[in-house]
Write a protein that binds this ligand. Structure first.
Ligand SMILES: [Zn+2]
Length: 83
């Protein structure tokens, strides 16, 4: 499912759900009616970003790995690829 922000010729904006882009095209050809005025001169408006569960993930800090390995324990994954 995909939601498009649509706008009619009277500049009423509304959201409409579609199965996919092809579904949008099909319904647009068939005629999408504005819920406010019933006009079918409807076009995609600028997409308003829908933020759901997505959360800005903080970049993971680089693992501290000195030239001597991680504390000399020998378990440093970054050093083991050179060995
Ligand atoms: Zn309208």
């Amino acid at each position: 499912m995909i939601v498009y922000a649509l706008r009619c010729a009277c500049e009423h904006e509304f959201d409409q759900w579609f199965d996919n882009m092809a579904d949008y095209d099909a319904k647009k050809v068939a005629g999408i009616a504005c819920p406010s005025c019933g006009g079918t001169q409807v076009a995609k408006a600028i997409m308003a970003p829908r933020v759901g569960k997505a959360k800005a993930a903080a970049p993971a800090p680089m693992p501290a790995c000195g030239p001597g390995g991680c504390g000399g324990g020998g378990g440093c994954p970054m050093m083991s690829q050179f060995g």
